[in-house]
Ligand binder design. Structure first.
Ligand code: PAP
Length: 318
């Protein structure tokens, strides 16, 4: 793998003290994502009814994982004993490109949990995206969560900065934004990521559910219901009357999860990666925090990019 890495184009991220990203299948990826992507492409075989939770980093992954886990396990655990109270959402639902062995073990045990991934659509293992006219049709379902692009940029800046232990005064937000707008990040270009899934959904819309972070905040109940129905675990009328949806929303809320001991001081240990402190996945969760960072010039630049990339799609990223 080390030898293969050297063959890909490289970019040095100056604002990140020289961290390197590699271009693979037209996507800039950090070493962890690159190695994980190649391994998943070589080894992973999707089961026809697998459900995938897909997102660009900082698009709402942690929240989506928590909600999907709580929905699926609601008959196994009472809210007061749910593993989400003592485990990070990232330890409840593994990433395909970071925890392949765990994903495969879940599959072997016929576990009904979804599989999470930050991989771009065109990089997914063949068995996930096999076209409908092929002999083996993939019926895998895909839930895709996305968020206002400016808030993703700010969230990404802080996450990566803290991961690399760089204080704010030494990490230029302007440089981070410039790189992001060139499609350079630990997981490539945000617009290509969204558009890859969106374009794929046009020919098989029944396989995709798109959720928007801001919409989920504004109307969690109907979005949690949509999610539960899509993943084949709709709420019964009795459950609705017993306020199960509201209890799940409360369990998975930023306020609840971010105040749990496990998410304040625990660590997430993906295979072959350095451990990540769970608290890094919980920062402010405020819509519009970007206003505290963007200059007028930056707003203009990102808005122009959004108009260029998403015009005509109906996707709202501003
Ligand atoms: P990941 O892709 O690396 O797992 P992801 O969970 O997508 O990260 O993004 C983290 C963002 O979601 C953080 O946003 P912020 O930087 O603007 O604060 C984090 O605070 C927010 N977040 C984490 N958990 C929740 C939650 N339960 N509800 C709403 N937002 C959340």
């Amino acid at each position: 793998m080390e030898e293969i890495l050297k063959t890909f184009p490289q970019h040095v991220c100056s604002w990140l003290k020289g961290a390197i990203v590699y271009k693979y299948q037209d996507v800039w990826l950090n070493e962890v994502f690159l190695k994980g992507t190649i391994l998943a492409q070589q080894r992973f075989k999707a089961h026809p009814n697998d459900v995938f939770l897909c997102s660009f980093p900082k698009g709402g992954t942690t929240w989506l994982k928590a909600l999907a886990f709580a929905i699926i396990t609601r008959e196994t655990f009472d809210i007061s004993t749910n593993p989400l109270l003592t485990n990070s959402p990232h330890d409840c639902i593994p990433f395909l490109e970071k925890e392949l062995a765990k994903v495969e073990e879940n599959q072997k045990n016929s576990c009904s949990l979804p599989i999470a991934t930050h991989m771009h659509y065109h990089c997914l293992p063949d068995s996930v995206i096999t076209s409908p006219d092929s002999v083996v049709t993939s019926n895998c379902k895909i839930v895709y969560i996305y968020r206002n692009m400016k808030d993703v940029i700010v969230s990404y800046y802080h996450f990566v900065r803290k991961l690399n232990k760089i204080p704010m005064e030494n990490a230029s937000f302007e440089e981070a934004l410039d790189e992001f707008c060139q499609g350079i990040s630990s997981c490539g270009s945000y617009w290509d990521h969204i558009l890859g899934y969106w374009k794929a959904s046009l020919s098989r819309p029944e396989r995709f559910l798109f959720l928007k972070y801001e919409d989920m905040k504004n109307d969690p109940t109907s979005n949690v219901k949509r999610l539960a129905e899509f993943i084949g675990r709709p709420f019964t009328i009795e459950e609705e009357k017993a306020n199960v949806i509201e209890k799940i929303i409360r369990l998975c809320s930023f306020e609840n999860l971010s105040n749990l001991d496990v998410n304040k001081s625990g660590k997430h240990h993906p295979e072959e990666c350095i451990a990540i402190e769970n608290r890094l996945f919980f920062r402010k969760a405020k819509d519009g925090d970007w206003k505290n960072y963007f200059t007028l010039e930056m707003i203009e630049k990102v808005d122009k990019l959004i108009d260029e990339k998403f015009g005509g799609t109906g996707l709202v990223l501003k």
